[in-house]
Design a protein around this ligand. Structure first.
Ligand SMILES: [Zn+2]
Length: 443
C-alpha cells in the first residue's frame, strides 16, 4: 500500500471540468494496486508537499518504432507523400526485427514514463518482408513479444495495436490471432489482461495504405476476440489518395467497410467537414488528436472543439518520433491548447488534461485508467509546482499546461509502484537503453 501525503491539489476526476474534487491532500493506493478511499496505518508514505497529483497520462497514439528514427534527413517539413517513403527506406535499411523493436520500444517507453505517460498505445505498422522468412507469423509474434516484455520490465501499461501498412490481409489476420494467443492467452476481457497492464487492438494504417480486404480481415479478428479497432484518417495524404483512388473521402470508405462504430478510434482527423463530424458522432466513433505530429509537419489541425461539441470523445496522442521527435504528451497537451484557437474556440486547460487522461482511456475502451476515483488503477503523476516557473500561477491545475513548458513529473506511479522517483527512472538504466539502441542501429 502506498499513500501520497500533503498534495496541494489532486485531479481526481478529469472529465468533471471543475475544481471541486481537487482539494484532497492524500491519495491512497491499496495492495491490489488500485485507488482506495483512505490510506491504512503502516503503509509506505510519499511526501508530495507543494505538488499537484494527476492521473497517469494516457498516450492514445504512438508509433514506438519511430523512436529510433527521429529528425531523419528528408523528413522535416515534408509532405506526407514524401515522408512515408523516406521513413519506409529508413526501416528497410535498419531491418525490422525483434531486436530493433525491443530497443526502440525501450527508449520510447522510458521517455514516456519520464514525461508522465503511464499507458502507451503503440500502433505498430511496419513488419519485416514476409517473403524472405519461413515463419512470417512467428516473426511478427516475436516483434510483438519484444515490445510487450519491454513494457513489462519498465512498468508501463501497453496497448499493442497490431497495425498494417500494405500487409497481405490473410497474413495480417493470422498474425493478429497469433499475437493475441501469445500475449494474452485466454485470460483477457475485451483484449485486456486481468491486471490491466497489457491490451491488444488491431489497426490498419488507413485507407491510403490498406485495402478493404485488410480492414475486413482485421475487423473479423477484433470481433473474434472482442478487441478495440483503431485506424488513422483524414491526415493530408489520406484524403488525397482516397479521392484519387476511389473518388471518395476516407470516412465515407470506412463507413462502407464497417469501420465507423463505437469500438473504433480514429487518430488525426485533421481535415473533417461538419457532415463528417456528425457522422462520427452518430456512429459513436472516438478520436485521437495528435498536434505534436500534425502541426509541425503542416499536415493540419483537428477541429477538436467542434468534434467534442458534436459528442465525439477525443483523446490525445503524440504519434511517432518520425514526425514528432518527442513522446512528451504533456508538451503536446500544451500545444493542443495553444493551437486550438486557430480552428475554433480555445480549449480550456482542464479539457485538454481530460483528453490526455480519461478521454484517451475511453477511446481505448478503458474505464479503469485515466482518473483517480476509488477503484481506478493506481497510476499517478506527481508534479512539483513549487519552483520559480510556477510562482504566481493562480490555478495550479491549469498551470500544468500554461506554465513551465516541457515540465516533467517528479514521481510517476503505475499500479501503486513508483517507476520514476525524483525525476529518475527506477526500473531501468537510461544510459544502457540508449546504448543498446545505438548498437542495434549501428550508430
Ligand atoms: Zn499516427
Amino acid at each position: 500500500m502506498l499513500t501520497l501525503v500533503g498534495a496541494s491539489r489532486i485531479l481526481v476526476d478529469p472529465r468533471a471540468q471543475s475544481s471541486d474534487a481537487e482539494n484532497g491532500a492524500e491519495l491512497a493506493i491499496g495492495g491490489g494496486g488500485t485507488i482506495v478511499a483512505h490510506g491504512a496505518p503502516g503503509s509506505e508514505e510519499l511526501d508530495v508537499r507543494g505538488c499537484v497529483i494527476t492521473p497517469g497520462l494516457v498516450n492514445a497514439h504512438h508509433h514506438l518504432l519511430q523512436s529510433g528514427f527521429r529528425t531523419l534527413p528528408g523528413t522535416r517539413g515534408a509532405a506526407m507523400r514524401d515522408w512515408l517513403p523516406a521513413m519506409a527506406a529508413a526501416y528497410a535499411s535498419a531491418g525490422i526485427d525483434a531486436a530493433l523493436t525491443r530497443t526502440t520500444a525501450a527508449v520510447g517507453l522510458a521517455e514516456s514514463l519520464l514525461s508522465g505517460v503511464t499507458t502507451v498505445a503503440d500502433h505498430q505498422l511496419n513488419w519485416p518482408d514476409p517473403s524472405g522468412s519461413d515463419d512470417p507469423v512467428g516473426d511478427t509474434v516475436g516483434i510483438a513479444r519484444a515490445i510487450a516484455d519491454t513494457a513489462e520490465t519498465l512498468g508501463t501499461r501497453l496497448v499493442f495495436v497490431r497495425g498494417t501498412a500494405r500487409d497481405a490481409p490473410e497474413l495480417a489476420a493470422c498474425s493478429a490471432d497469433a499475437i493475441v494467443a501469445d500475449l494474452l492467452g485466454h485470460d483477457h476481457a475485451g483484449g485486456v489482461s486481468g491486471d490491466g497492464r497489457r491490451q491488444i487492438a488491431v489497426g490498419p494504417a488507413g485507407v491510403h495504405s490498406d485495402s478493404e480486404a485488410t480492414f475486413r480481415a482485421l475487423g473479423e479478428v477484433a470481433a473474434r476476440h472482442g478487441l478495440r479497432r483503431r485506424t488513422q484518417a483524414n491526415e493530408q495524404v489520406d484524403t488525397e489518395i482516397a479521392l484519387a483512388r476511389y473518388g471518395r473521402r476516407p470516412l465515407d470508405l470506412l463507413d462502407e467497410w464497417g469501420w465507423l462504430a463505437p469500438d473504433v478510434t480514429i487518430a488525426h482527423l485533421c481535415d473533417v467537414t461538419d457532415a463528417e463530424i456528425q457522422l462520427l458522432a452518430d456512429r459513436g466513433v472516438a478520436g485521437t488528436h495528435a498536434p505534436g505530429c500534425d502541426v509541425p509537419m503542416g499536415w493540419g489541425v483537428a477541429p477538436v472543439a467542434r468534434l467534442r461539441a458534436a459528442g465525439v470523445v477525443v483523446g490525445l496522442g503524440t504519434s511517432g518520433g518520425g514526425s514528432n521527435d518527442a513522446g512528451h504528451l504533456l508538451a503536446d497537451a500544451r500545444l493542443a491548447m495553444q493551437v486550438s484557437s486557430l480552428v475554433g474556440p480555445q480549449l480550456p486547460a482542464r479539457t485538454v488534461l481530460a483528453m490526455a487522461t480519461e478521454d484517451g482511456a475511453l477511446g481505448l475502451g478503458r474505464d479503469d485508467i485515466g482518473h483517480l476515483r476509488p477503484g481506478a488503477r493506481g497510476d499517478a503523476c506527481v508534479w512539483d509546482v513549487a519552483g520559480v516557473a510556477d510562482a504566481g500561477v493562480a490555478d495550479p491545475i491549469a498551470g500544468l499546461l500554461w506554465a513551465s513548458p516541457g515540465r516533467r513529473p517528479r514521481h510517476v506511479i503505475v499500479g501503486g509502484h513508483v517507476v520514476v522517483r525524483d525525476y529518475r527512472l527506477v526500473t531501468a538504466n537510461e544510459d544502457e537503453l540508449v546504448a543498446a539502441m545505438e548498437r542495434r542501429l549501428g550508430r
